[in-house]
Every structure is written in structure tokens, then in C-alpha cells.
Design a protein around this ligand. Structure first.
Ligand SMILES: Cc1cc2nc3c(=O)[nH]c(=O)nc-3n(C[C@H](O)[C@H](O)[C@H](O)COP(=O)(O)OP(=O)(O)OC[C@H]3O[C@@H](n4cnc5c(N)ncnc54)[C@H](O)[C@@H]3O)c2cc1C
Length: 319
């Protein structure tokens, strides 16, 4: 069996692409770790259009219900894709960690992003024992504790804001000479009496015994080695795309994001499309990812029927 389209990912981009593919009666397979996407770990989502407030879990369930209501779409969860390669020039082969291979005429990559790691000793060892990556999820575990946040941009500053109602003291540390987040956020966070800010600091090791006890860093302005005693370290140094699948087939940015045509969401490889956070497009949000998934799916439909992605005659309203 040759699929018309294989969708990699079950977040808002992948699920929307799946719904649109099913409505175009494409032979479609959706492969994902889980359905729901990154924000399903959130306590509440308040900007998903049509739902003034919904829990992250509820959001994931609504996406899954909508996807499963479609006819003719194969859905496999808990099935990570490990490779996408060309077959014979007209189709692609998609392989999974379970050792299965599927053939398809087009692919939509909607595999999202993951947190960038520091890569210092102790980081892996103390994950879940003081080292954390999601302040929205984990801040409440640091009630009455001292925490160090590593990072200098908006994510790091927002993490400090999330921690302030719980932690007794928060240190924010950046490798750069200055914090780069939005000025208003910067002022609010760095102005708090509970917050200490350290600049020009290169994190070197997370130390502890059974749990984190300190972060060691090099002061780049003096070359001295210092230590911040703390119960937790939040690593907030950005996100990286979940895309090691077809490195040689598609053009990517230096940060690893897939470069797409913003009109059609085609990649540099004809037949491979991408949508959502994994792409080089700005504003990583649920509604935006969903919209991109819809465009990528319609473009894949045009591609498969030989019309060329973004064909102006493609009908979407009322179909
Ligand atoms: C804690 C948190 C809270 C957020 N809150 C909000 C909010 O309130 N409002 C908002 O608009 N946005 C929010 N966001 C951002 C939003 O979650 C993302 O913009 C959105 O989820 C991106 O959708 P996506 O479909 O591109 O990727 P994701 O939602 O990240 O989905 C990626 C999918 O790909 C799958 N996948 C990954 N690798 C593979 C692989 N190799 N093989 C198969 N499947 C794979 C995953 O299992 C998952 O199904 C939040 C993000 C986080 C982390």
C-alpha cells in the first residue's frame, strides 16, 4: 500500500493536517509519539480559539477526538519516526523505531520542538531530581526552595516569573553580558527583591548527591570558578526542532528548523512539507501551528494530484 501522505506528529499542526487530509479523501497515515502536543502538559490554555479556557489534558483529548472522528485515516501513536528517505524518485519511505517501513507519495513533518540542554556534567543525572525544563509544569514543586534559572531570554525570564510565587530565592544567570528578553519583562523580573541576576556566567556543572545542591559556573569576566547553592536548576536556553529524520533531504536553518515556503509550507524537497514549531516560521503557538498544518495538508493534496502546491483552484470551503 502506498499512502498519499504520511503525517509525522500529533500536536495541533499534525492533527489539523490529518483532519484536512481525511476530508480530501487522501490515503493518510499519522505517526506520533502522543496526540495533543506540547501544551497538553499545561494547567490551562486560554487562547485556543473557540475555547476561552481549557486544561492541557482536555485540549489534547479534544484534538484526539476530532482526529479519530475522521474516516479513512490510519493513526499510530507511540510510534516514533526514525527516518524519511527517498524511494525510487517518486515516493518516500518512512521508517519507525519499531522497525516498520511505510511508503508514501508525500510527507508532512509536524514533529514540534524540544528543550535545548546545557550539556554539562550532572544535568542528565539530576533530571527530575532538581533539574527541570518546564516552569509552567514544575514551578509548584519548588515551594520554599532556592532555584537557579539558566538563560537570558524571554523563556528564562518567564520561568523566573513562574517560580516567584513558590521559591524563596531565584538566581537567573546568563552567559551573555546582558539579558535579552523584552524590556518590560526584564524590568519586572530583575526588579524583584527575591531575584539575583548574574551575567557573563558559563554554566559548567550541576552538583548534588541524591538531589541538586548547587550550580557551578565560570565567571567569564574574571575567569574565576564560582558556585550557587540551590535546590533546583531550570534550564531555559531555548528550544530545538525534533528533526533528525531527513537531514540531507531538506534545507534547515543553522538552528535546525525546517525552512518552508510560507505560502505553501513546502520544504526544499518536493513532496515533503512541514508545519508548526519545527519550521522556521515565527510565533510558536497552537492556533498558528494548526493553521500551518491545514495549509501543508492542502498543499500536499495539490502535490499528490499533480497540480502543484498552492493551486488556486483547490476547493476548501464547504467541502
Ligand atoms: C508548557 C507549554 C505551554 C504552552 N502553552 C501554550 C498556550 O497556552 N497557548 C499556545 O498557543 N501555545 C502554547 N504553547 C506552545 C504550543 O504548545 C506549540 O506552539 C504547539 O504545540 C506546536 O504544535 P506542533 O503541532 O507544531 O508541535 P507539538 O505540539 O510539539 O507536537 C509535536 C508532535 O510530534 C510528535 N513527535 C515528535 N517527534 C516525533 C517523531 N520522531 N516521530 C513521531 N512523532 C514525533 C510528538 O509526539 C507530538 O505529537 C505551549 C508550549 C509549552 C511547552
Amino acid at each position: 500500500m502506498v499512502y498519499d501522505v504520511i503525517i509525522v506528529g500529533g500536536g495541533p499542526a499534525g492533527v489539523t493536517a490529518g483532519v484536512y487530509a481525511a476530508r480530501k479523501k487522501m490515503k493518510c497515515l499519522l505517526l506520533a509519539g502522543t496526540i495533543g502536543g506540547s501544551s497538553s502538559i499545561s494547567a490551562t490554555i486560554e487562547n485556543w480559539i473557540g475555547e476561552p479556557s481549557i486544561t492541557g489534558v482536555g485540549f489534547g483529548q479534544r484534538l484526539e477526538a476530532h482526529l479519530r472522528a475522521q474516516e479513512g485515516i490510519d493513526i499510530r501513536t507511540d510510534e516514533a519516526v526514525t527516518g524519511i528517505g527517498r524511494n525510487d524518485g517518486t515516493t518516500f519511505l518512512v521508517t519507525t523505531e519499531k522497525g516498520e517501513t511505510f511508503e508514501t507519495k508525500s510527507v508532512i513533518v509536524a514533529s514540534g520542538v524540544r528543550h535545548r540542554h546545557l550539556g554539562v556534567p550532572g544535568e542528565d543525572l539530576f533530571q527530575g531530581k532538581g533539574v527541570a525544563y518546564c516552569s509552567t509544569c514544575d514551578a509548584p514543586f519548588f515551594r520554599n526552595k532556592t532555584v537557579t534559572v539558566v538563560g537570558g531570554g524571554n523563556c528564562a525570564l518567564e520561568a523566573v516569573e513562574d517560580l516567584l510565587p513558590y521559591a524563596t530565592k531565584v538566581t537567573i544567570l546568563t552567559i551573555d553580558p546582558e539579558f535579552t528578553g523584552d524590556p518590560v519583562l526584564r524590568e519586572r523580573v530583575l526588579g524583584s527583591e527575591k531575584v539575583s541576576a548574574i551575567r557573563n556566567a558559563k554554566s559548567e556543572e550541576i552538583v548534588g548527591e541524591r538531589k541538586v545542591t548547587a550550580l557551578r559556573y565560570e565567571d567569564l569576566s574574571t575567569g574565576e570558578r564560582r558556585e550557587i547553592p540551590c535546590d533546583g536548576v531550570f534550564v531555559e536556553i531555548g528550544m530545538m526542532p525534533n528533526f533528525e529524520l531527513a537531514r540531507d533531504l531538506v534545507e534547515r536553518t543553522r538552528g535546525g528548523e525546517i525552512v518552508v515556503n510560507p505560502r505553501t509550507f513546502e520544504t526544499s524537497c518536493p513532496g515533503i512539507f512541514a508545519a508548526g514549531d519545527v519550521t522556521d516560521q515565527p510565533y510558536r503557538q497552537n492556533n498558528i501551528s494548526a493553521g500551518q498544518g491545514a495549509v501543508a495538508s492542502l498543499s500536499a493534496y495539490d502535490f499528490v494530484r499533480g497540480a502543484g502546491a498552492g493551486d488556486p483552484t483547490t476547493v476548501v470551503s464547504g467541502d
